[in-house]
Design a protein around this ligand. Structure first.
Ligand code: BGC
Length: 719
């Protein structure tokens, strides 16, 4: 008999429910919701899983209670949110998505997993895979941006990175694909609000990243807090049991979000914990995180005949199977057995620096003001984010201490010299105090160039951080206007470094600055990463994975919109447009300048009939007409102009990269399996329709910058 079956025979109902319970336990104290002492509960076998513990010693202490002091000795599963790093922080996921580089996405996840596993952890609640087209939603920061195809590539890479080749390895973490699903479509961008979207949008936009995670072997899935058309995801049997388990064959663990089972009562679909627990269990949720609904509600539900012991057993088996796959039964202490070496930590920091510099999106660079050719004799490094270590961490800082992050001011003092960096904050991120402005303007007068570091605080994005106004918080705009006015008098360039967990709505800033970098939140090595780009040691290559609106009223905004029957026409009143702002974003998806200057020519696409079985090669020549070597990212989009269902005006199908010296030309080849041109027909079944499809290639989703060709799809002859 297998280990799991032998255990199942011995377990009492209370012990089984313990295996279905996860509670927050910082250093063995109890969480806010579960009352009592979790230390005793672990010994009693009534808590089988923990979250939010940091430090191998603490983890092992807890593990010892379970393994050595509980009746059955079942090890704990201990998870943590390792969203963009653990102690070493990488750029926030939205920033990392800007790399358009699956190998690096996997690598940072691998390194984060190693670091977290060295802390004794075995599970992470990541990757976050929610497509976001509404930057009001603060959780846009945690995910891969607006595009479903990109999100799917991100999903595969992250799962591969976190889990490695062998889940039982001492440096592997069980990944959790979250938040399933369509969380990014919350009403009006307000966190936790209701989601109500079409079945087509659900399938075309919000499910592909989860399908990709499952195909990559993700160990766990977390349902979103939100409801979908009235059915909270925590109780959504159609999607959890139906789509995820039955259709995709997902047999891993489904772990609820924090207290989400109890919140079914607030959603208005459960009268009490017993009913909430019943709904969640029957929908397919195995682990109850922080609601204590399974321990308190399922015994009653069993008595009332609402759930069966078989349903409970099935969930327990899945949890035990995950523990077994993680190698926890064989050696519960293998993770965190040895501390990482200083050399490992140093090389991880170096990786964070490189990835940080590549995540930067250069939104604007007028007259080639960047890179600062001759390092200026004196550089004004001003603004509330110029020297704010804790902010550099971004919204999910894992176990990173506030003080350990490199700021722009610190890095430049080291990269240039102490005396060449003149620093003043000017204003607070979100305060009213303008008393520091004069000193900051004075600093500008004494410098040759001005680095103006503005943006959001780290906690203004992430969970429960929706914003209705997407401009700069506090008095930063006033401050910036004063700096621009002074810089104009002094004829000095102003380079804006913009920190944010989302695209901000700052057209005025883009207009007035000489150069502007989207620095998202770049993590531990933020300052060096920015310094490397500013000083030209690294040529920026990041591309925005999300559209930047001109006005908040444009959101939701994304390139994959459907055509309208009345395309915008400035000369025709009754067309689809705003009276007060263009339809187009300020910066398109994919936008990002480099220190090169690229032109595209000679697009080659196959002419003959393309069948579903073919993979086509799309080729384009790219020339660097600029004066510096740089890396260009080339995007491949399609548009199915005539189909049984109106197709989006652009659909992302691929991207490629090419590094070119000044004056050099190279060819980029992008492979497109024609089967990907299938779409969901009128009845939501996949179809491959013969006819013309436009192939569009270029530097971003702005149609005016794309080269276009046509391919002809035809039916495959019967095989
Ligand atoms: C968040 C999840 C997270 C969980 C555990 C929740 O509030 O929505 O993303 O994994 O807390 O920290």
């Amino acid at each position: 008999m297998s280990r799991i079956e032998a255990l199942m025979r011995k377990m009492s109902l209370t012990e089984k429910l313990g295996q279905l319970t996860m509670t927050a336990s910082r250093y063995a104290t109890t969480g806010p919701i579960i009352a009592g002492d979790s230390t005793q509960a672990i010994k009693d076998g009534t808590i089988g899983n923990l979250l939010n513990m940091v430090g191998a010693d603490h983890v092992h202490d807890m593990q010892r209670l379970a393994v050595e002091e509980s009746r059955l000795g079942i090890p704990l599963l201990i998870g943590f949110d390792v969203v963009h790093g653990h102690r070493t922080l990488f750029p926030i996921p939205l920033g990392e998505a800007s790399l358009f580089d699956p190998e690096t996405w996997a690598l940072t996840a691998r390194e984060s997993a190693r670091e977290a596993a060295a802390d004794g952890l075995a599970m992470t609640f990541a990757p976050m895979l929610d497509v976001s087209r509404d930057p009001r939603w603060g959780r846009s920061a945690e995910g891969p941006g607006e595009d479903p195809w990109l999100a799917a590539r991100f999903a595969e890479a992250k799962v591969r990175g976190f889990q490695g080749n062998d889940l039982a390895a001492s440096d592997a973490l069980a990944a959790t694909a979250k938040h399933f699903c369509a969380y990014g479509a919350v009403t009006a961008g307000r966190d936790y609000a209701s989601v109500d979207i079409s079945e087509r949008t659900l399938r075309e936009v919000h499910l592909p990243s989860f399908a990709a995670a499952v195909a990559a072997g993700v160990a766990a899935v977390m349902p979103a807090f939100t409801d979908l058309a009235g059915v909270p995801m925590t109780a959504n049997g159609a999607l959890l049991r139906g789509w995820l388990r039955r259709k995709l064959g997902f047999d891993g663990v489904i772990v609820s979000d924090y207290n989400a089972i109890a919140e079914l009562i607030h959603h208005g679909i459960a009268a009490d914990l017993a009913q909430a627990a019943t709904l969640a269990l029957q929908a397919g949720v195995d682990i109850d995180m922080m609601a204590d609904a399974y321990r308190r509600g399922l015994p009653t539900a069993l008595d009332r005949g609402w759930v069966s012991s078989m349903e409970i057993d099935a969930a327990v088996r899945r949890v035990l199977t995950l523990k077994e796959r993680l190698g926890l039964f064989d050696d519960p202490y293998r993770r965190g057995a040895a501390p990482e070496t200083a050399a490992t930590l140093a090389s991880r920091r170096q990786l964070a620096r490189v990835v940080g510099s590549r995540a930067i999106v250069m939104l604007k660079n007028e007259r080639g003001v960047l890179p600062l050719a001759e390092a200026p004799a004196r550089l004004a490094v001003i603004g509330p984010l110029a020297d704010a270590s804790s902010e550099m961490r971004g919204p999910w800082w894992g176990a990173a201490a506030p003080e350990g992050q490199v700021t722009v001011a610190t890095a430049l003092r080291e990269m240039l010299s102490e005396s060449r960096v003149l620093h003043a904050a000017g204003v607070e991120i979100d305060g009213d105090d303008m008393s520091g402005v004069a000193a900051a303007l004075d600093v500008c007068s004494r410098a040759e160039a001005i680095l103006l570091c503005l943006g959001e605080a780290a906690t203004m994005s992430g969970e429960a951080a929706s914003r209705a106004h997407l401009g700069l918080p506090g008095r930063q705009r006033e401050f910036a206007e004063a700096v621009f006015a002074r810089a104009k008098l002094l004829r000095k360039p102003v380079i804006v470094i913009l920190f944010s967990g989302r695209p901000l709505v700052v057209p005025w800033l883009a207009d007035k600055s000489d150069a502007m970098l989207a620095a998202w939140f770049l993590g531990s090595e933020s300052g060096y990463a920015i310094g490397d780009v500013i000083l030209g040691r690294v040529s920026p290559s990041g591309r925005s994975p999300i559209s930047w609106p001109r006005a908040t009223g444009q959101v939701p905004i994304f390139f994959g919109q459907r055509p309208t029957g009345r395309p915008a026409n400035p000369d025709d009143h009754f067309t689809s447009k705003y009276l007060d702002v263009p339809n187009e974003p300020l910066f398109s998806f994919g936008h990002g300048l480099t220190y090169g200057r690229f032109s595209y020519s000679n697009l080659r696409v196959p002419r003959d009939g393309v069948t579903e079985r073919d993979t086509i090669a799309v080729r384009v020549d790219v020339t660097n007409d600029g004066a510096r070597a740089a890396e260009e990212t080339v995007f491949l989009f399609t548009h199915d102009k005539l189909a049984s269902v109106s197709r989006p005006v652009l659909e992302l199908r691929g991207f490629g990269k090419i590094h070119l010296k000044p004056g050099a030309t190279g060819t980029v080849t992008l492979m497109l399996p024609a089967a990907e041109l299938r779409f969901l027909g009128p009845d939501l079944e996949p179809v491959y329709e013969p006819g013309e499809v436009e192939i569009l290639v270029g530097p971003c989703a702005n149609r005016t910058q794309l080269l276009a060709g046509i391919i002809q799809l035809s039916r495959a002859p019967p095989s």
